[in-house]
Design a protein around this ligand. Structure first.
Ligand SMILES: [Zn+2]
Length: 423
């Protein structure tokens, strides 16, 4: 969907935004927001042409613009959810109850649960069956202020299903307004056809899948689940090196379950992000801080699995650029809740409200290599913003667990509870 409208947002009680065209690294940069009381924003053809104090606005700029009254409330950049497994078939609601009851992973697998269940249903699903649930999730995300989301493939682990997932993401770009970033992740696990031969599967991805995905222009990035017992360093290096040569940006699921040197490898290979990082080592923190790899933390997954949270405070204090994302998926985290993310980050991970806002906007944009286009409210960037129903961004941590978003604006087009229903 094209979002290229003219909009004048006025009567903004507090505008709060990080500033810049790249990830903010470390406590000082992440915590430093530009705050303007009594602000206005003007968007022309989808891009911001004015952001500043209302009294400095040249009224001529607002000619021909639709008007949006912020009613004295806070305006922030649109949220960027930079890690989701958006496109999949069937749910795993029974398995979730088994897990809460304490059943082991192995016994769940034996009863046909786990990623194998999602893989089997996704392989059988038509494009239409993949499309409708994803559309529903995106509407819910839009209502919570998400203006850009990443969507990974990875529930086929064979060519045709992977392509169908990626094509679904392309269709979603036409059907709804949230901007999408497509990631190819056939290396989510080793499928049964390649059991015990994970390097052969990686070579198959390199030889038969990556060129196809590239030639159809279906994904911007390539991702892999680097973990003990899934894909090792050698396999990760082989896949991501080949993907980089073909022009893909690189992402990595790293150090989620055990400390596996994933962050170190992601930094070395030049990944745009390393994600999860619950078990990141001190060396990994140091390497991410030195490089431009964004540390993307997914606390809703840790919450759902009753795991410990990633050491966000330590990472930020040591100079990392931290982003936060939902990890929406049918297994370990069936939630894309921005309010829950905000609460977990500020209450349990020791992040300040300011750092959390940066992590969900500009640093999320950097995790998708889009920080020069989105993620902050500055002249020249996309007109993507949220209007809260409260006067300060601080309510996002204080009034926790509630959706505080009154309107979401993408490219100057306003979406609210009424208009989202009609999408
Ligand atoms: Zn993931």
């Amino acid at each position: 969907m094209e979002n290229r409208a003219n909009l004048y947002v006025y009567n903004i009680g507090q505008l709060a935004t990080p500033i810049g065209n790249s990830a903010r690294k470390g406590a000082e940069a992440m915590g430093n927001l530009r705050i303007i009381e009594g602000a206005a924003v003007v968007i022309h053809e989808g891009k911001i042409v004015f952001v500043g104090p209302q009294k400095e606005l040249d009224e001529a700029l607002t000619k021909g613009c639709r008007k949006l009254d912020a009613k004295g409330n806070a305006v922030l950049p649109g949220f960027v959810d930079s890690h989701t497994h958006l496109v999949f078939a069937s749910y795993r609601e029974d398995e979730f109850q088994w897990r809460l009851r304490g059943d082991s992973y192995m016994s769940i697998m034996e009863r046909g649960g786990g990623i194998a269940k999602t893989m089997n249903s996704t392989r059988k699903a038509s494009e239409e069956e993949l499309l409708l649930p994803a559309l529903q999730h995106l509407k819910a995300m839009l209502a919570m202020g998400v203006t850009t989301a990443e969507a990974k493939s990875g529930y086929g682990m064979e060519l045709n299903t992977e392509l169908r997932q990626l094509r679904t993401t392309q269709r979603l770009k036409e059907l709804q307004p949230v901007r999408l970033f497509s990631t190819f992740m056939a290396a989510h696990d080793t499928p049964p056809e390649y059991k015990g031969r994970s390097m052969d599967f990686i070579q198959h991805i390199i030889k038969d899948m990556l060129p196809r995905v590239k030639s159809e222009n279906l994904a911007e990035a390539c991702d892999i689940f680097t973990e003990k017992g899934v894909f090792n360093h050698e396999e990760t290096r082989a896949l991501l090196t080949a993907a980089k040569e073909m022009g893909f940006k690189l992402k990595m699921h790293a150090d989620e379950i055990v400390a596996f040197g994933g962050a170190e490898l992601a930094a070395e290979l030049g990944c745009i992000s390393a994600d999860h990082l619950l078990m990141i080592s001190d060396q990994g923190i140091k390497n991410l801080a030195e490089k431009n790899t964004v540390a993307t933390l997914l606390p809703c997954t840790a919450f759902s699995l009753k795991a410990n949270y990633a050491p966000a405070r330590k990472m930020i204090d040591q100079g990392c650029a931290v982003a936060l994302a939902s990890d929406l998926n049918p297994g370990s985290c069936f939630s894309a809740s921005i309010p829950l993310l905000y609460a977990l980050a500020t209450i349990y991970m020791g992040m300040t409200a300011e750092e959390t806002l940066t992590a969900l906007t500009l640093n999320g944009a950097a995790a998708l290599d889009r920080a020069s286009q989105i993620g902050s409210l500055e002249v020249g960037k996309a007109g993507d913003l949220v209007v809260l129903g409260y006067p300060s961004y601080k309510f996002l941590s204080y009034h926790f667990g509630m959706n505080l978003v009154a309107s979401t604006v993408i490219g100057g087009v306003e979406y609210n509870n009424q208009t989202i229903l009609t999408l």
